[in-house]
Design a protein around this ligand. Sequence first.
Ligand code: XMP
Length: 188
Amino acid sequence: MGQNEPILGERLERVLFDQGTIRECIAGMGGRIAQDFHGEPLTIVAVLQGGALFMADLIREIHLPLRIDAVSVSSYLGGTESSGKVTFLQEKLPNIEGRNVLVVDDILDTGRTLSAICSRFREECNPKSIRTAVLLSKKIERSVEFEADYVGFEIGNEFVVGYGLDYQDEYRNLPMIGVLKDEWIGRI
Ligand code: XMP
């Protein structure tokens, strides 16, 4: 970063959720998930890259025997608009046969990503059950019929970064979630 560059958080126009608010929300969600699964073991599958941070914090709030895994997909191609196509970037899917599965992602937007992952898991992996959790859900009409079972916060139709969410693969390490200043769109 050059000498006159603002620190990362100062590139935000608005902060939607700060670190404490996110932590509290995830603690509540973890408690609900643990209750709903009544002590049954669980496999949490993070959608990489963004879902990894959410999973790391969420699993420490779920007091159940659990395993973790991940699935790597791409739909955004680095910009602020979804490409509309979900591509699986790995050949081998998680081993979830006979398991209760919770797929976790940072954000539900068009619905295509989670819908494609759940369909593929159901068709090819023979899980016992599949549920989904997202930290954020955009309040928009989805491109496919899909809603998550657990939602942290609902937001409007705006592009957000931080806490795993990126713009051109940057900003994932911001501890808060916010909207970038226009001047930082189109440059890094
Ligand atoms: P879909 O549209 O498939 O989107 O529900 C889910 C994936 O798209 C990415 N996404 C975003 N990433 N800011 C981001 O940094 C956003 O506002 C945003 N909306 C969608 C994200 O990777 C998610 O897994």
